[in-house]
Design a protein around this ligand. Structure first.
Ligand code: ADP
Ligand code: MG
Length: 329
């Protein structure tokens, strides 16, 4: 194996697992994941230390539907447990495909999926205004019944029906950080932080408890990359670059920019909340601490790492490789 001490945290978007128009059979998901893993395995063979995080929206949504449909037969599980299930499902597919590709490429790196909890602060303002839609759509009547019976916050979603909304708090720290760091150091390819991590809080006595919330996967990946002291945060999605004036006649692709330039573009409203917004925010946080963030299309993962595709978000000046270290654990 070539020596290359560069650590890359990769955040996989929804399209790495499920493509638009697919129903989400296991076979469909496996084909997508396999194609994604072929590219990631190549990075490992090129000597990069790789940590993989991923989204879980459609998968956890399906688990919530299963829970609800079978509620009379099987006790439904809370959201944190559903998040944990989705980390297992997706982690299993990624782990197996990555192992198979690495084996074919004659790389001996172990691959491991780590169930990951992300610490949140119960005083986070998002807890008093839940905003992240999760799970199935309901009629207005059913939604109001659920609000009364279960105390869920329910909201109408862009004319498509009613949905449950949950808080989307800031990721404060990663519970399993030291273990992840040790595994990465030992040469393992680690899959962790799926779906932004299972949201947990630490009580006054130090004990951890799950909470009904969803952490943005890109912000969680940024937190993980900062706390690991990674060199590169690579956010892989379904657009080739960051665009200014996206979907207008003035649309312009960005090849490169400093985090300060990105702050100005974000303030000018170029990035949509809930899609490109959190990605750019994640990139800004990482580059501000001295790292390089890359936002690129999944298919361009390898050229983007070499600076030949995607958008690079850089620190203003060159600094040490170690980013800020959080103390949230
Ligand atoms: P992921 O599953 O990868 O997180 P998202 O759908 O959340 O994907 O985010 C990617 C989407 O962001 C793109 O498909 C694109 O439509 C949208 N987007 C919004 N604003 C921009 C922008 N300024 N430049 C590029 N893409 C943008
Ligand atoms: Mg997204």
């Amino acid at each position: 194996m070539t020596k290359n001490e560069t650590t890359v945290v990769i955040a996989l978007g929804g399209n790495a697992i499920l493509q638009p128009g697919q129903v989400g059979t296991f076979e469909e998901q496996l084909v997508n994941v396999d194609d994604t893993c072929r590219r990631i395995a190549r990075m490992v063979v090129d000597g990069y230390r790789v940590v993989v995080t991923h989204g879980n929206g459609p998968q956890v949504g399906n688990i919530l539907i299963q829970n609800e449909t079978a509620a009379k037969l099987v006790a439904p599980m809370p959201m944190d447990v559903c998040g944990a299930e989705s980390q297992g499902q997706i982690g299993y597919m990624l782990e197996q495909c990555l192992s198979n590709h690495l084996r074919r490429l004659r790389a001996a790196n172990p691959v491991v999926t780590l169930l990951t909890e992300t610490i949140v602060d119960l005083n986070d303002p998002s807890f008093s205004r839940p905003s992240k839609p999760v799970g199935p759509f309901y009629s207005e009547g059913k939604a109001k019944e659920m609000a009364l019976e279960k105390g869920f916050a329910m909201r109408e979603d862009a004319g498509r029906g009613w949905r449950r909304v949950v808080p989307s708090p800031e990721p404060v720290g990663i519970v399993q950080l030291e273990t992840i760091a040790q595994l990465v150091h030992g040469g393992a390819l680690v899959i962790c932080g799926g779906g932004g991590g299972i949201p947990v809080y630490r009580a006054r006595d130090g004990a951890l408890h799950g909470v009904e919330a969803v952490i943005d996967k890109d912000l969680a990946a940024s937190r993980l990359a900062l706390d690991l002291g990674a060199d590169i945060l690579m956010i892989l999605t379904d657009v080739s670059k960051i665009y200014l004036s996206y979907r207008t006649p003035e649309q312009r692709a960005l090849d490169r920019g400093t985090w300060m330039e990105m702050v100005a573009y974000a303030e000018a409203g170029h990035f949509k909340a809930g899609s490109m917004g959190p990605k750019v925010d994640a990139a800004i946080r990482f580059a501000r601490a001295g790292g390089t963030a890359i936002i690129a299309e999944l298919l361009d993962a390898l050229p983007a790492l070499k600076g030949e595709a995607g958008t690079w978000i850089t620190p203003t000046q060159r600094r040490g490789r170690r980013g800020e270290r959080a103390t949230g654990r």
